[in-house]
Design a protein around this ligand. Structure first.
Ligand code: ZN
Length: 500
């Protein structure tokens, strides 16, 4: 195996590279813990220090990620014929090379400035949303857009890539805005008449279950019990509360989820928990114990990540069999307050179609219209075709055109989402991709697990989780999102399963 052309470090280059990547991932996990804390625990006056901490860590991590020694190690591994015969190492190296080439395009100063601005903009967004005053957030959004344009031009320099595509690729590698336009148009074509037809029928299922007042501590206990039942490992994770529910996989053995609760609306809180637990199950199913910091231990893309949350939230959590199991559990937790409901009542309640102003509370029929609105507006903002000052008006106009709703204030309009404050331009489309992947994976799971409904009705979701672990989770980034979809479902991603 040893050839004269091999450098001295070649035999050890691969393990050495993996050690480097693991240490950088440990540093990233420290930043993720601080970001989690900012969302859940940090007092508002701690914002300045937190921004400094995150900027410093982002800078150090970026320097490690782009260090010359890392580049040399990658090159040594690529030249090692023994590694070329190892499919896992080959896949790992392909993705490590991609990450390295992307990262080295960004100057450390820009990475630090972006991390600092994100952390401060997040606090500004919270204030602006609270007060429902878009003007308070506008200068921060301008700053975020400027920095995003700089990032995009670093990524696309010399490649001719579109600025939006360059940012989108951070979240959904290999996807392009023009491809999204095509897929979204097909989804919209199916959805618009459906939403209109439902509105025309003017039938309103009884939603009394969504209006029962239940004590929040009891709801928290119930949600935790359901999350544990679907397989979320609490010895390696937590659920806390935050304004904007999220999942943060810190690293091996530590996955953090958050949910939000209201006294009335236990089915909605449960949906949110199922969603985040779906993300959490994916994080816990990645092989981080052995592969932390390596592409093979990481999520494929945010679209695939979102497919896991939407599958548990919608395909499982809004199904009749699920409520056959979950309602008796809810009765045990909440007692007489939910005694009078049947599984069918809950099934109808959670499947109501009611155009609303808030994306995260919207039903399956209208959800993707919310995403398309954001996709179009953020592309226009990035390109400079829409001025930040005109965003609320453009938002409200589109909301009326698509869903027939008047937006009363910015809190329920352009200020509702956290993403732009966190510098995430190009992230929203992954939500609709997640819905499309989820529907397609679900159809495949149903074909391969004929007893699935009966199992869910009995609260036995082990076979489904096992199927997801086997077919999706354990691979990490071994296959691209498109290749994974074909491998698992036999077909390229399409709008049909979601429409069905
Ligand atoms: Zn999600």
């Amino acid at each position: 195996m040893t050839q004269p052309s091999d450098s001295l470090e070649t035999p050890a280059a691969y393990p050495q590279l993996l050690r480097e990547l693991r240490e950088t991932a440990v540093l990233g996990a420290a930043a993720a813990a601080l970001a989690w804390d900012q969302e859940t625990m940090m007092p508002p006056a701690g914002a300045g220090l937190r921004a400094d901490q995150l900027a410093l860590l982002a800078g150090i991590a970026h320097e490690r990620r782009t260090a010359e020694r890392v580049g040399n190690l990658i090159a040594a591994c690529e030249a090692d014929p023994a590694l070329r015969d190892d499919p896992a190492a080959t896949a790992n190296l392909r993705e490590i090379r991609r990450d390295y080439d992307r990262a080295t395009r960004l100057p450390t100063a820009l990475v630090r400035e972006l991390a600092q601005t994100r952390s401060l903009a997040l606090e500004a967004w919270k204030d602006a949303r609270e007060a429902s005053e878009f003007e308070r957030f506008a200068p921060w959004l301008e700053r975020i857009l400027d920095l995003s344009r700089s990032v995009a031009s670093c990524y696309s320099a010399g490649t001719g890539a579109d600025a939006y595509d360059a940012l989108l690729n951070e979240y959904e590698p290999g996807m392009r805005a023009t491809e999204l336009e095509r897929i979204f148009a097909a989804v919209r074509q199916g959805l618009a008449p459906l939403v209109a037809e439902i509105a025309a029928r003017n039938r309103h299922p009884d939603d009394a279950a969504a209006r029962v007042a239940l004590p929040i501590p009891t709801q928290i206990a119930f949600n935790q019990a359901v999350a544990a039942r679907i397989g979320f490992d609490f010895s390696a994770g937590r659920i806390d509360t935050s304004t904007h529910p999220f999942c943060e996989g810190l690293g091996p053995g530590d996955t953090r989820l958050t949910t939000r609760f209201r006294e009335t609306g236990f089915p909605e809180a449960l949906s949110s928990t199922m969603h985040e637990a779906g993300h959490g199950l994916y994080e816990q199913g990645l092989r981080k114990a052995e592969r932390f910091g390596q592409p093979l231990g990481e999520a494929v893309s945010l679209g695939i990540h979102e497919s896991q949350s939407r599958l548990w939230e919608n395909m499982v959590g809004r199904s009749q069999p699920f409520w056959q199991w979950a309602l008796p559990e809810a009765r045990r937790a909440f007692g007489s307050a939910v005694e009078r409901f049947t599984p069918t009542d809950l099934y109808r309640t959670v499947n109501r179609v009611m155009p609303g102003l808030i994306r995260v509370e919207s039903d399956e029929a209208t959800y993707n219209l919310h995403v398309m609105l954001r996709f179009d507006l953020e592309r226009a903002l990035l390109a400079g075709d829409l001025a930040v000052a005109d965003l609320p008006a453009a938002w409200n106009e589109r909301m009326f055109a698509d869903l027939g709703l008047e937006v009363p204030d910015a809190r329920n309009g352009a200020l509702q989402d956290i993403h732009w404050s966190m510098g995430m331009i190009g992230y929203f489309p992954t939500y609709t991709l997640g819905n499309l992947y989820a529907a397609q994976f679900w159809a495949a799971a149903r074909r391969e697990l004929p007893a699935l409904d009966a199992q869910i009705a009995a609260g036995e979701v082990g076979p489904l989780l096992g199927w997801l672990r086997e077919n999706l989770h354990r691979h990490g980034r071994r296959y691209s999102a498109a290749a994974l979809c074909e491998r698992v479902t036999g077909e390229a991603l399409g709008p049909e399963p979601l429409r069905a």
